[in-house]
Design a protein around this ligand. Structure first.
Ligand code: ADP
Length: 471
């Protein structure tokens, strides 16, 4: 089967969050089970671009409204990632360092999607499946089916995977001129609540829709930033497939980011060495349990609660633990976390920014990972943490509920709480301290979580089974 993934992110080319990790891993696992897999993404100006070899495979042009643009498609020449990787360059739009966050993101991703289908329409053959990810590529199923210029693509089944339904890419109708000559009778497929909504459009037009955990799909029907009735209406074509983790990249026994590797059969020594390194770096006391948070500092992740959790934790439980935070996002949360630095008595550290190597070192050196998310479609951090012997403290929501079983439940191995509230999180920390105070139990739990199988093997196969229903 030939599968084309179209995405805004793909690790290690460009990553802003979990989407990058998934699109960097799933195609490789699909390739391993003998499928032809291509990933197409924008050509941002990231290090990966400059450090690798490329060949030009296509040059073309198309229009975005009244603006004619030229595009170039390049292919990574050595199959470095284990699948065919194509980057699309559009001068003036995609030649930037960051993935998102520009005022013209709507134009950037529309032009990217047009270039992708314009290029695909010129292939001598057609692929079996076009698999798009999140709203940045959500117009593709519509354009393949309802733009006469791309009629040759109209019979190719499309799959949409929703990694995060909070972001939908809604834009006003004046931007409809960007869509190349489309069948205006199909206007309803583009529309949601008075705007063009690329995510809603993809849910309506893709042959199948998947979300990155089963529980998240259930939640979307009652809480999806305005799309609830659509999820209810389209439930027949939706399914949840839990993300896996790339066990080659995230392997504590070989991870090149770590100073000290961790053996799953005897994790104690490696964990302690990584913790010492982290504590030295941030001036923390290695004798105390270390609680970390890694992620976007946004409301979805309940990052706004962290400052109060830390203050309350120290006040009501005592200065018996360390906190270390890595992330960036809401400037108000960033500011509050920074301001707290001088209050540290060797038990609080923060790094504001994105730092891949520090993230790996924190998963390896921490005792507990805090993940109190209000919304968590799947969540990868908890799976990375467990693979690195760090016990997750998570809110029972989305994919966190599907992957972490509370210690008090049969076969449990993590700490869960019901609400994204300071009280619930602090209680989770209190329970973690009790566990930490029982070294035999702590060791057993650590060994257990390191053995859990969150690899992509099963999920990659689920996607193939889904494609088979369409081809
Ligand atoms: P989301 O995609 O919603 O941000 P996920 O849990 O699915 O959340 O994926 C988060 C990924 O991004 C993980 O690989 C995590 O380690 C990484 N990450 C998030 N913030 C940072 C940061 N500031 N520095 C390094 N890695 C980060």
């Amino acid at each position: 089967m030939e599968i084309v993934h179209v995405s805004a992110e793909c690790y290690p080319v460009a990553k802003a969050g979990g989407l990058g990790d998934v699109v960097g891993a799933l195609p490789r696992y699909q390739r391993e089970i003998s499928h032809v897999v291509k990933v197409v993404m924008p050509m941002y100006r990231t290090r990966f671009l400059y450090e690798n070899k490329w060949e030009v495979v296509h040059k073309g042009g198309s229009s975005l409204g009244y603006w004619w643009f030229e595009y170039t498609v390049i292919k990574e020449a050595t199959n470095l990632l284990g699948f065919d990787l194509y980057l699309v360059d559009i001068a003036g739009l995609l030649d930037r360092e960051k993935v998102y966050g520009y005022d013209d993101d709507a134009e950037r991703f529309m032009a990217f999607q047009i270039a992708v289908i314009d290029w695909m329409a010129k292939w001598q053959h057609i692929p079996d499946i076009v698999h798009v990810h999140d709203h940045h590529t959500g117009m593709i199923p519509f354009m393949m089916q309802h733009c006469p210029s791309y009629q040759s693509l109209s019979g190719i089944p499309t799959v949409l995977t929703i990694h995060n339904a909070q972001y939908q890419g809604a834009m006003s109708w004046d931007k409809s001129i960007y869509i190349p000559g489309w069948d205006s009778w199909k206007r309803g497929l583009l529309e949601w609540e008075g705007n063009i909504n690329p995510l809603a459009c993809a849910i309506k037009t893709a042959y199948k829709v998947t979300t990155v955990s089963q529980n998240y799909l259930r939640e979307l029907r009652s809480m999806s930033n305005g799309l609830e009735p659509l999820f209810e209406y389209e439930k027949g074509k939706c399914s949840g497939i839990l993300n896996g983790i790339d066990t080659d990249v995230w392997n504590p026994a070989t991870d090149p980011y770590l100073q000290h590797h961790i053996k799953p059969s005897d994790p104690g020594k490696g964990k302690a060495a990584n913790k010492r390194y982290l504590c030295d770096t941030f001036g923390l006391d290695p004798e105390k349990p270390l609680f970390v948070f890694i992620g976007r500092l946004v409301g979805e992740k309940a990052a706004d609660l962290l400052p109060q959790v830390i203050v309350d934790g120290f006040q009501f439980i005592g200065r018996r633990m360390n906190f270390l935070i890595l992330g960036s996002g809401d400037p108000e949360v960033e500011g509050k976390l920074e301001v707290m630095k001088p209050l540290s008595a060797g038990d609080y550290g923060v790094y504001i920014g994105y730092n891949e190597s520090l993230a790996h070192r924190m998963y390896a050196g921490a005792d507990f990972l805090l993940m109190p998310s209000r919304v968590e479609p799947c969540g990868l951090n908890q799976m990375y943490a467990m693979r690195y012997g760090t016990i997750p403290i998570v809110r029972k929501t989305g994919g966190l509920q599907d992957t972490v079983v509370d210690l008090d439940e049969p076969g449990g191995y993590g700490i869960t709480h019901l609400h994204a509230s300071v009280g619930d999180i602090t209680h989770g920390i209190y329970r973690a301290l009790q566990l930490y105070g029982d070294p035999v139990r702590m060791k057993a739990v650590r060994k257990k979580i390191m053995k859990l199988d969150f690899s992509w093997h099963a999920s990659a196969k689920h996607y193939i089974d889904l494609y088979r229903t369409l081809t």
